[in-house]
Each structure stands twice: as C-alpha cells, then as structure tokens.
Design a binder for this molecule. Structure first.
Ligand SMILES: Cc1ncc(COP(=O)(O)O)c(C=O)c1O
Length: 490
C-alpha cells in the first residue's frame, strides 16, 4: 500500500486520503510518497496509445490505494473532472510555426482557461468524495497569483462539504482573472482581494502558513490547502508529461525536452516525478521571468529569496517556490534531516547555499533561464506574425523564449515541448502591448466576455489585517452554516 511521508520526516506515514485532505504535512513539510512507483519501458509502450483520461486512470492507480478509492470510483472521478474541458484531446499538442523541433502543448482548455484546471477539478472532486464518506466539512484557504484561485473557485462552487477562500493580491492579477472568481454565484466560494502586499502572492502565502500553524484554528475550521503544496496537484500534473511525451515521440526513448514556465515549481516538479517514474525525458528547461529564484538555484546552487518584481507574466511572479523542497528532497537522497536543516535556515535567513554535490545534483536535472518582459513581448509578437500565426499567452511565451535561448544546447533531433499554461484571453492588456489594439479572434474567449457582463461580489482586506479579518470571516461563515437564520452583529 502506498503511503505518504513528510519531506521533513516529522510525521508518521499517512494514506492517500489523509495526505489529500490535510494538504500540509503536520511538521511544516510537504507530503511525498514513501517510494516513487516505477513504470517499465514495455509498460510505457503499452500506455503510449491511450487517450488522456485512460492514461490518467493508469498513472493515478499507481498512487491511490483501491481500498481508499475503488477503481470504479477513480474512473468516475476522472471522467467527472475532465468532462468540462473544451478540446476533445483535453491537452492538445500543436506545432509552433514551421520549426518541427518546437511544439506547444496547450494546457488551458479547462473551465478557467489555465493549466490549474487540470489537477484542481480532480483534487476537489476527490476531496468531496472523501468528505462525504467521512461526513466532514473542509475549509480551503489558498493564495493565488491569478490562476489557482479561479480554478479552485470553479471546482468548489456548489459543493456542500467545502468552503473555499481564494486570496489574491488586489491589482496584481488581471481583471479577467478577478472576474472569474468574483462573478460566481456560489454561496460556498469567498474570494478576497488583498490590498497592499508588496510581495504579492508570497505575502499572502505567509498569512496562510500562519493560519495552518495554529492547531486550534486548523481543527475548528478543518483547514486545508489546494495550492500545489497538496500532493494530489503535482501527482495529477505528472500525467501531462507522459501524454505530451507519447504524442511527440516516434518511439519511447526519443530525445524530448519540456520547457516549463515556473513559479512555485509545482509543474516542474511534476515533470521530474514523471521522469523519476521511468519516462525517459531528456531534460527540463525551467523558464523563469525576472523573478528568478529557481534559475539562480539550478544554475548556482544558491536558493535565495529576492524582492518581488511585477512582470507581464504575473502568474509566475513568485519568490518562494515551495515545491523546490520536494525537488531537493528527491534529488539529494530523500534525507528529511537535510531538508529540515535547509528549511529552517531558509526561514531564518531567506537563503541557503547548497553543498557542491547537492548543487550539482539539481543542476544536472534542469537547465534554466530568466526571460525579460521585452523578450516575452517579442516572442508573442514574432510567433503571431510568422507564416503560421500562433497566439501565446505571456507564460507560454516565457517557455517558448526559454526554449529558443537553450535550443542549441541539445542535439539537433531533440523536440522541445513548450507548455502553454494559460489562454491569451486572460491577459488582454498584454496582448494589446504586443500586437496593438486590433486584437485577433484568438485573444478572446466567450466565457470571459460573459463574465464581464455579470455582477462581481467584491470583498477586500488590507494585507496587514488579513490574518485576523480572515479568521473572523471564516468563523462567521461556519456559524451561519450551523444556523442559517442567524444575523451576526459585529
Ligand atoms: C499561467 C501559469 N503558468 C505557470 C505557472 C507556474 O506553475 P508552478 O507554480 O507550478 O510553477 C502558473 C502558476 O503559478 C500559472 O498560473
């Protein structure tokens, strides 16, 4: 039976349901499987012809004990979670212009038009299933840089066993992203725009971490997280690396690299997980914008928190990529003592300097580059004005620019799959900056046009008061649930 332990080692192994419902490990670490399941070459061949949802079933079966979620239930949860995707292939792979060595994998065909939908639907449907079985209710609190919040809000909307609190840095996400959360008519979804957070989503992450560190509050509200802290998110995201590889290769073993626009490192770690399971991915490109904590770590072995820079690829404006700890855990020998020491030091000083062996271990796994806003705009413009125009969102553009920067370091027969993680329609101002005001049809999406015609439920709070204000509001909602007729005077 596969069990889950903490990267810090301070917690007894738990089953899949506990890891998913708790989100954070109790000792401040992140849940990881005790061992990574392996897939043989022959098995990979057999999997390579499967449709996405069938492949998802096979991969997820390796991580989820059938005693906790039966095979039949797992198949039902997968079908339900991907039914709302608008493309028949779910995650289509497309050529980018005429260069056969660079491909685009579109990860944004879910209900809120970003790759967050891929894992969020399954995670929240799974939570609902487990909560119903236990007769429990969960309060989800999450910080968002613009895409996780809408994905969680949509997946949670209307679920009786869940209240969902997406917290976003007000003014630092696009109006379209804000509307995706605030125009939902769902009494169990409570988005909060947080004012005055200089470090954006990272400031909110700190508040969320403090809430989780309060055992009484955690128990009273049954708090959990659906950020990529939650193991289920990275587990589900590993599937698209298998799917992309199978679509792009002629035979298992062909040289294939993934270029991944990276913020909290969840998606990149999911790729690493797929490779650790046996998928022969040649390499990864960690594509950062000007917030280059990961690039610095992979290229120098120094993991250091820098000041946040606001960029055009705002969803990856992140200075503390928390999934890096999972990456470090698996690449430096699965030693929880090492991770604990590094995490404590990072918390105290905002910096760790890896020993040469550990620095080499991570540097060998991932190439990296930091892409400027000017390069992002140039990439959007040049890929759209080429012979076969393709409109990239700013995050996909960061991945494509990074692939162009590092392409010559790979053998000529290598194919690079660039992950397009959001639909360009979520970023109209940036599209206008790159292409001018006469935007093409690809820069629009009917769901966003519709949300611009609806009322918004706006709730805001100063970052300095977020912790106490949130506890107050969450307690009130919980009280109201117990007594719907209650009028609360504050
Ligand atoms: C559009 C988009 N691209 C890329 C990322 C980065 O993913 P991760 O945080 O898993 O590195 C995010 C989320 O933060 C995102 O919303």
């Amino acid at each position: 039976m596969i069990q889950y332990i903490s990267t810090r080692g301070g917690q007894a192994p738990v089953n899949f349901d506990e890891a998913v419902l708790r989100g954070f490990a109790g000792d401040g670490g992140l849940f990881v499987p005790q061992t990574i399941p392996k897939i043989s070459r022959d098995r990979l061949k057999a999997l390579s012809g499967l449709a996405y949802t069938d492949l998802a079933f096979e991969i997820l079966s390796l991580f989820i004990d059938p005693g906790i979620i039966s095979k039949k239930e797992l198949a039902r949860l997968i079908d339900k979670s991907f039914a709302g995707f608008e493309h028949p292939d779910i995650l289509p792979l497309k050529p980018l212009g005429t260069d056969p060595s660079v491909l685009i994998m579109e990860l944004f065909h879910g209900p809120t038009l970003s790759f967050k939908d891929i894992a969020m639907g399954f995670l929240i449907n799974t939570m609902e299933y487990l909560l119903e079985k236990r007769g429990e209710h969960l309060t989800l609190v999450l910080a968002t840089t613009g895409d996780t919040g809408p994905a969680a809000a949509h997946a949670a909307a209307g679920k009786k066993t869940i209240d969902c609190w997406p917290l976003y840095p007000k003014g630092m996400i696009t109006r379209e992203q804000e509307r995706q959360m605030t125009t939902l008519e769902a009494a169990n979804v409570h988005p909060v725009g947080v004012e005055n957070c200089p470090d954006g989503g990272d400031d909110i992450d700190l508040v969320v971490a403090r809430l989780f560190a309060d055992p009484a509050l955690k128990q009273r509200l049954n708090l959990s997280s659906v950020n990529s802290i939650n193991w289920c998110r990275v587990m589900v995201q590993s599937i698209h690396y298998f799917y992309g590889y199978f679509q792009a290769c002629d035979a298992i073993g062909d040289p294939i690299v993934f270029s991944v626009p990276s913020g909290a490192c969840g998606n990149l770690f999911a790729g690493h997980l797929a490779r650790a399971m046996g998928l022969p991915i040649t390499g990864f490109i960690c594509a950062n914008n000007a917030n280059k904590t990961l690039h610095t770590a992979f290229s120098t072995g120094v993991f250091k928190k820098e000041d946040l820079q606001q960029t055009l690829s705002s969803a990856i404006d992140i200075v503390v990529p928390y999934n890096f700890w999972r990456f470090l855990y698996f690449t430096t020998g699965c030693d929880p003592k090492k991770i604990s020491t590094w995490m404590d030091q990072f918390q105290k000083t905002g910096e760790i300097r890896l020993d040469p062996a550990s620095a080499a271990a991570i540097g060998n796994q991932v190439a990296s580059v930091s892409i400027s806003d000017a390069q992002t705009l140039d990439t959007i413009k040049s890929t759209f004005t080429k012979k076969d125009p393709y409109l990239l969102d700013p995050h996909g553009a960061v991945a494509v620019a990074a692939a162009a920067a590092l392409k010559n370091t790979y053998s000529p027969d290598t194919r690079i799959i660039c992950l397009a993680t959001a639909h360009p329609a979520k970023f109209p101002q940036i599209m206008t900056k790159a292409l001018g005001t006469d935007l093409p049809d690809q820069a629009f999406h009917p769901s966003l046009i519709r949300s611009s015609t609806l009322c918004q439920h706006l709730r805001t709070c100063e970052c300095d008061h977020l912790e106490s204000a949130l506890v107050h509001a969450m307690d009130q909602v919980a009280q109201k649930k117990r007594d719907p007729w209650l009028i609360i005077h504050t």
